[in-house]
Design a protein. Structure first.
Length: 158
């Protein structure tokens, strides 16, 4: 990636972190081998061995921001695009409005990188130590039929 692109990304991230912490959650996808029945084996968040995608947890606080990114680990010319992020169960922690961050700024070698961002909107009340939300992260892959789903967890603290 060019130095100017890296500098622009740095400035964009710094502006997002002015209130709260920034969390970047990157989905790594083996775009060559992924199929509907092999999502767990061919897509992950870079978590340690023994932690499933369903148990992968991002720890957040109110006013933190999250950016979801998705990349191909097997073919850099394949595009992995996050198409939606939806509540599945538990508390509703993040703002429902998610947005794409400046896709034209994240182009490298002709490949456009789409990033999805949102903000944490709530925190636990006095009687709870934390809130927990299971959410569905849907994504598509160049040359593959349909939409793939992974359902990780957000855990919000005071």
């Amino acid at each position: 990636m060019k130095t100017t692109n890296l500098l622009f990304i740095f400035v964009a991230i710094m502006s997002l972190t002015s209130c709260g912490q920034l969390h970047v959650v990157t989905l790594y996808v083996d775009t060559t081998n992924i199929e509907q029945g092999t999502i767990a084996a061919n897509a992950n968040f870079g978590q340690p061995i023994g932690i499933s995608n369903e148990d992968f947890t991002t720890h957040v606080r109110k006013r933190d921001r999250i950016i979801w990114d998705a990349v191909s680990v097997s073919n850099p010319s394949d595009n992995v695009e996050i198409t939606s992020i939806n509540h599945i169960s538990g508390d509703r922690i993040f703002e429902r409005k998610t947005g794409i961050i400046l896709p034209e700024s994240f182009t490298d070698k002709g490949i456009t990188q789409l990033l999805v961002a949102t903000k944490i909107r709530t925190r636990p009340a006095a009687q709870k130590a934390y809130l927990l939300e299971k959410y569905g992260l849907e994504f598509t892959v160049t040359g593959k039929e349909g939409t793939f789903l992974i359902d990780p967890v957000l855990k919000a603290y005071r």
